[in-house]
Design a binder for this molecule. Sequence first.
Ligand SMILES: NC(=O)N[C@H]1NC(=O)NC1=O
Length: 173
Amino acid sequence: MDTEKVNSMDFGEFVDVFGNVTERCPLIAAAVWSQRPFSDLEDLEKHFFAFIDALPQSGQEGILRCHPDLAGSELQRGTLTAESQREQSGAGLRSLGADGRLRLAELNAQYRARFGFPFVLAARFSDRTAVPRELARLLLCPSAQELRTALGEVKKIGSLRLADLLRADPAKL
Ligand SMILES: NC(=O)N[C@H]1NC(=O)NC1=O
């Protein structure tokens, strides 16, 4: 899909296509549509990220809370969004054994209790061994930077999703 195609999309089509660039936050795509025309992928991405950066802390935490747990029950049930299901499955989280799932559930719960939002990590840059290791590491870090770190992961996920969409044939979306 080229930039011209993106710029020609009406509001409904744009939100249908880009609504899950940020997991379960179609409002961001709805706002970004008003910023067209976009010069290229980088420009489009810049608008998504600028929207996130401009939110108050409560909005940024809201974005994090829209993310499903890594290796949570939705992954096992297959009820995640298509993107999330692919990312988590690709990282091998679906094939974790019962012990691995339990350990991650415990770490996810500790993280949520400590920071007040769920642990978010770009699964496509990770795997089932690295996810619990990273979670355990962050639990020992000072909390001041954690919101910024987590939003960095949201942006990595968004970048990869945007790149996939722009590579895709619009007829197959
Ligand atoms: N919690 C969390 O990080 N969820 C996600 N990460 C990712 O790459 N896909 C997700 O659903």
